[in-house]
Ligand binder design. Structure first.
Ligand SMILES: Nc1nc2c(c(=O)[nH]1)N(C=O)[C@@H](CNc1ccc(C(=O)N[C@@H](CCC(=O)O)C(=O)O)cc1)CN2
Ligand SMILES: Nc1ncnc2c1ncn2[C@@H]1O[C@H](COP(=O)(O)OP(=O)(O)OP(=O)(O)O)[C@@H](O)[C@H]1O
Length: 197
C-alpha cells in the first residue's frame, strides 16, 4: 500500500459506515417485503440460463435477504451455492440446497460444511455495504469477495457479478483501489440495472 491509497481507505470507511447506518435504519418488515418481492410473484428478478450455478449469501446484520430469491431460482433449475469462510482471507463457494442446515463459520457467519461440494459460480450475488453507479463496491472490508473473484479469474473464469443492496446504500462515488473488482449489475428494490448507468 502506498501513502496515496490511505485517503481512499479512510474515505471507504466513511462511506461504508454511512451506508450501513442508512441500511440499519430500514424497517425490518419493509426489508422482508423487498426480499419476498425479489423472489417474484411472476418469476424471479434475475433471468438465468438453465442449470446456472448461482452464489448467494446467508444474510447477516441488516442485509437484503436473498434466500427467497435463491429458492425460486433453484425451482427454475439453478444450482445454488453459498460462501464458506475457510481461512482468515478466503471464501469458497459450496453447494446449498435451499433450506438445508448450515454450520457456524468465522465472523459470525454460517455456511455449508466441508462435506458440501465446492462449485465455481456462473453468477455471484454479492453482499455489499455501498455501491455507486459506475460499479464500485465496498463490502465489510475483509476483501473476501475481491480475492475469491480474482482467484476465479486466474483460472479463466469470469462470473457475472450482481451486487445486492437497498437503493439507500448507493453512494455518489466509491473510491476504487487496484484490487477492487467492478460490479456488472446491481439488484435493489428498484429492480436489476446494468452498470455503469
Ligand atoms: N451475508 C454475508 N456473508 C458473507 C459476507 C458478507 O458480506 N455477507 N462476506 C463478505 O466478505 C464474507 C464474510 N465477511 C465478513 C466480514 C466481516 C464480518 C463482521 O463484521 N462480523 C461482525 C461479527 C464478528 C463476529 O461475530 O465474530 C463484526 O465484526 O461486527 C462478517 C463477515 C463471507 N460471507
Ligand atoms: N485480490 C486480492 N489479493 C490480495 N489482497 C486483496 C485482494 N483484494 C482485496 N485484498 C485486500 O483485502 C483488504 C480489504 O479490501 P476491501 O476494503 O476492498 O474489502 P471489501 O470489498 O470491503 O470486502 P469484501 O470483498 O469482503 O466484501 C485490503 O486490505 C486489500 O489489500
Amino acid at each position: 500500500m502506498t501513502t496515496d491509497d490511505t485517503p481512499d481507505i479512510a474515505l471507504k470507511n466513511t462511506i461504508r459506515q454511512a451506508a450501513l447506518a442508512r441500511r440499519d435504519a430500514l424497517a425490518p418488515s419493509w426489508r422482508a417485503d423487498i426480499s419476498a418481492r425479489l423472489a417474484g410473484v411472476d418469476g424471479p428478478a434475475i433471468a438465468l440460463d438453465p442449470g446456472a450455478v448461482v452464489a448467494g449469501f446467508h444474510p447477516i446484520r441488516s442485509e437484503l435477504d436473498v434466500r427467497p430469491l435463491l429458492a425460486r431460482l433453484a425451482d427454475h433449475g439453478a444450482r445454488i451455492c453459498l460462501p464458506a469462510i475457510v481461512d482468515a482471507h478466503t471464501i469458497l463457494f459450496r453447494r446449498w440446497i435451499p433450506g438445508a442446515a448450515l454450520v457456524e463459520m468465522a465472523l459470525g457467519t454460517v455456511g455449508p460444511g466441508d462435506s458440501a461440494e465446492a462449485l465455481d459460480p456462473d453468477v455471484i450475488l454479492m453482499p455489499l455495504s455501498a455501491f455507486d453507479r459506475h460499479g464500485g463496491r465496498i463490502g465489510y472490508g475483509g476483501g473476501f469477495y475481491d480475492r475469491a473473484i480474482a482467484a476465479l479469474r486466474t483460472r479463466g473464469l469470469s462470473p457475472r457479478l450482481i451486487g445486492v443492496a437497498f437503493d439507500c446504500q448507493q453512494a455518489d462515488r466509491v473510491p476504487t483501489e487496484p484490487h477492487d473488482i467492478a460490479l456488472d449489475e446491481i439488484l435493489t428494490e428498484s429492480g436489476l440495472r446494468r452498470l455503469p448507468y
